[in-house]
Design a protein around this ligand. Structure first.
Ligand code: F6R
Length: 605
């Protein structure tokens, strides 16, 4: 989603701004731009193409400067067009970029129009630029503190003024913003990754902070205008992980990285102990009587899978809620519940808001399973388990999902241990099974050629159904999500027992039905559901286990996974579904890593 980079230096900063935008590209965007202070004037370049095109434009126009801001935009208010791209100017005096959504933009726009401001875009951002200009006192830091008080909604902004050449001011509320400290130069960004290679000295601004960035000074005030010291952390953002290497797409690379990602996630875990989740975990796990999982999208499906584990293995009640629904629902808070947020980015606006909503309701025990160690989600939760998937660039989440499942299975075992439901022998057996996961996944990845053959047939379809039961119903949901988001084929998933309650009406010869069919206690039930499909002419594509007695025949295609993996089977069975989506999208020629309308990190509501 939107990205911000800003700099104040004594050298030309365009390479830093452009490189920063490139590092944020993976988050998804539809336009980009840069503004610089050049000889007492504001100059800018904006583009609806890739950052590489913007770079060419900057070179062509010989744009360079010591102070500036840059942005990648993911459209919310106003179409993806040059005039809506940031930075926005006000009266050629103020330049501003913004992440987030300003909810009172209509009201402010009307007010500013009556004051004579002319709007060139449909964005909520231009409203902030004009507001800052209108309130400008000659001291940008002071002005931004006052102006942001008038904003309702979520924002991270970076702004500079024609009249103060060596100053950039930043402010955040609801959207992340960090400061990078340099030697006689300072930086701003929405993510430390943007500054990798420029500085590793990072300050994470807190809610309501406003920062004054000058050459030799970084000055921060909190939401009450009180000067505050924020800790400077050394952050080694993963620069190398953004390289594509021998792969055609990041998604493909990330699917194939899963054995490594899982073994990294399990590294150092010699035994099951609550400490894995933090020093205070033992006391908290002892106290809690239930688990409430909050997440969105793919992360929500990993939560759904965990519900089956947590209830069956640990015997603890587990509810899973879509974060964007939970935050607006009048639910009954249980202070003895462990609130678990799951997030790859750790910055998803809905999940963060749901977490804060739960906390505001008195639910103090919070844990996050997250892939970004320095994210807001980790900072705001009492306990954390950091998955070590590495940077995930492809918009469609793959290795983040399987590492989340790995972390959630460890959580299940830790809870089971505390509740007296995991003896030493069981612990050793489960850990052994987990450690074998990387090689089991490698064996599944070797099925790729068979999956490519299926993908060719799928590429000609416009609809698909996915079926699963029990633990594998969330895996069917995840398979359908992967297919729809990158190949644009309409795909739905159902628990197979629900077929006859409605979706069976859709089944014809034209409907491929992907069935996740591990050899577990539900297999006989699932076979009956498959018969229901065949009887209506539907074509079955079955992912079975080696030892199951499902055979290929007319209208039934079977790929066998090398082994049945018991409770951990969802981690294996999702992998061929990821590959099926990937190769189908490839065959349809879509933009696999940057599917239309989607962003990697959803930092707006
Ligand atoms: C789908 C996908 C999204 C994310 C969702 C939550 O492939 O990636 O559905 O899972 O936007 O994002 P995180 O996990 O960053 O909170």
């Amino acid at each position: 989603m939107c990205g911000i980079v800003g700099a104040v230096a004594q050298r030309n900063i365009t390479p830093i701004l452009v490189e920063g935008l490139k590092r944020l590209e993976y988050r998804g965007y539809d336009s980009c731009g840069v503004a610089l202070h050049v000889n007492g004037k504001l100059e800018r370049a904006r583009s609806t193409a890739r950052v590489a095109e913007l770079e060419k434009q900057i070179e062509k126009e010989h744009l360079s400067g010591f102070t500036g801001i840059a942005h990648t935009r993911w459209a919310t208010h106003g179409a993806p067009a040059s005039h809506n791209a940031h930075p926005h100017f006000s009266r050629d005096r103020i330049a501003l970029v913004h992440n987030g959504i300003i909810e009172n933009h209509d009201e402010l726009r009307d007010e500013l129009k009556t004051l004579g401001y002319v709007f060139e875009s449909q964005t909520d951002t231009e409203v902030i630029a004009h507001l800052v200009d209108h309130m400008y006192t000659g001291d940008l830091f002071e002005t931004v503190q006052q102006a942001t008080k008038r904003l309702v909604g979520a924002f991270a902004i970076a702004v500079f003024s024609r009249d103060e050449p060596h100053r950039v001011v930043g402010a955040r509320r609801g959207s992340p913003l960090i400061v990078g400290i340099g030697d006689g130069e300072n930086f701003l960004a929405s993510d430390a990754l943007a500054l990798a290679g420029t500085t590793d000295q990072i300050i994470y601004l807190e809610e309501g902070d406003v920062v004054d960035l000058q050459l030799q000074r970084v000055w921060i005030v909190d939401e009450n205008g009180k000067p505050v010291q924020r800790e400077v952390k050394t952050v080694h953002a993963h620069t190398g992980a953004v390289e594509l290497g021998p792969y055609r797409h990041y998604m493909q690379k990330e699917i194939f990285e899963q054995p490594r990602a899982i073994s990294d996630t399990l590294e150092g875990i010699a035994s099951i102990t609550p400490d894995i989740f933090g020093d205070k975990a033992y006391g908290i796990f002892k106290k809690i009587d239930s688990v409430l999982i909050l997440a969105c999208g793919t992360s929500y499906y990993s939560g759904m899978t965990a519900k089956y584990w947590i209830e069956a293995i640990a015997g603890v009640t587990c509810n899973v809620e879509i974060a964007s629904e939970y935050r607006y629902r009048d639910s009954v808070p249980n202070p003895n519940s462990l609130v678990v947020t799951i997030s790859q980015s750790g910055e998803t606006a809905d999940t963060l808001a749901a977490l804060r909503h739960a906390q505001a309701q008195g639910m103090r025990h919070t844990l996050t399973i997250c892939n970004a160690a320095t994210s807001a989600m980790v900072r705001e939760c009492e306990l954390a388990y950091i998955t070590r998937a590495g940077v995930e660039v492809g918009v469609a989440s793959t290795k983040a999902f399987t590492t989340q499942l790995t972390g959630l299975f460890l959580l299940t075992l830790a809870l089971a241990q505390i509740k007296g439901r995991l003896n030493d022998e069981q612990e050793a057996a489960q850990l052994k099974a987990m450690r074998h996961l990387p090689s089991a996944i490698s064996a599944v990845l070797a099925l790729e050629p068979q999956i490519i053959a299926w993908a060719e047939a799928f590429a000609r379809k416009e609809n698909a159904l996915f079926l699963g039961r029990g633990l594998h119903y969330p895996i069917a949901l995840e398979g359908a999500l992967k297919l729809k988001e990158i190949s644009y084929i309409h795909a739905e998933a159902y628990p197979a027992g629900e077929l006859k309650h409605g979706p069976l009406a859709l089944v014809t010869q034209e409907m491929p039905v992907v069935t996740v069919a591990p050899n577990d206690s539900m297999i006989e039930k699932l076979k009956s559901n498959m018969q229901e499909v065949r009887a209506r002419g539907g074509e079955l594509y079955v992912f079975a286990d080696a030892d199951s007695r499902i055979t290929s025949g007319e209208g039934v295609h079977v790929i066998r996974l090398p082994e049945h993996y018991g409770l951990l089977s969802p981690i294996l069975h999702v992998v061929p579904l990821q590959l099926l989506a990937y190769h189908t999208a490839l065959a349809r020629g879509t933009d696999v890593d940057k599917p239309r309308n989607l962003a990697k990190s959803v930092t707006v509501e």
